[in-house]
Ligand binder design. Structure first.
Ligand SMILES: N[C@@H](CCC(=O)N[C@@H](CS)C(=O)NCC(=O)O)C(=O)O
Length: 205
């Protein structure tokens, strides 16, 4: 079985599908968008990537694509065969899609990183579009990240809010602090003023 994945692997949703294909050992190639019209052309329903072309079908939306992949190629399964565990895994998937995505956006569209982000995206665009692409992307996509709220925080604050990695031993904050509170001080999330943007409001890798 061979598949074509439409979308840029800069998008976490496209990357999610790419990794599912790899896990299932399905051979695939990636077609990067060359301009904003490509998304509408590939996916007239939502105008978003990823879209997968597999066996003549063209499922879109990373979550729906993964469900379809599990039906088409059962082994290895992407979620447990135990429905109770699978339900929890679907919750986690949704949390990750809906919450972690905005951390990616906040890091990419922070003033410290936005130039590099624009350069990465512009690489796939035709040369005549490149001079304007930065302004448009920063306004349209960066604007969404700022509207969601996390991207309004100083970069250091966003980084400090990440869960600790394995390489970082949890910091001790006094004898009676729990492992979690020592490693990642709880923050009053309301202070961010970050209303969650609806799915439809997203525009970007
Ligand atoms: N729920 C969708 C989200 C897809 C999504 O938001 N894709 C973004 C890229 S990260 C996109 O295509 N944005 C372009 C647009 O909205 O015009 C999924 O899981 O596939």
């Amino acid at each position: 079985m061979k598949a074509t994945l439409y979308g840029s692997r800069l998008s976490p949703f496209v990357e999610k599908v790419a990794r599912a294909l790899q896990l299932k050992r399905i051979d695939f190639s990636v077609v990067d968008p060359r301009g904003p019209n490509d998304l509408k052309k590939w996916n007239p329903t939502t105008g978003k990537m990823p879209v997968l072309d597999i066996g003549g079908e063209k499922p879109f939306d990373s979550t729906l694509i993964l469900r379809r992949l599990d039906e088409l190629v059962a082994d290895p399964p992407l979620v447990s065969r135990d429905p109770e565990i699978a339900a929890k895994q679907h919750f986690l998937e949704d949390w990750s899609d809906e919450s972690l995505y905005w951390y990616v956006m906040a890091l990419r569209w922070n003033p410290a990183n936005s130039k590099a982000t624009i350069a990465q995206i512009a690489e796939f665009m035709p040369a005549p579009l490149r001079p304007v692409i930065g302004v448009v992307l920063n306004w349209q996509i960066g604007g969404q990240a700022r509207a969601q709220g996390l991207a309004r925080l100083p970069l250091g604050t966003v980084l400090d809010d990440q869960p600790p990695t394995r390489a970082e031993p949890p910091r001790r904050a006094g004898g009676c602090a729990s492992r979690r509170s020592a490693a990642r001080p709880r923050r009053d999330r309301r202070r961010r003023g970050a209303a969650r943007a609806p799915r439809a409001a997203r525009a970007a890798p």
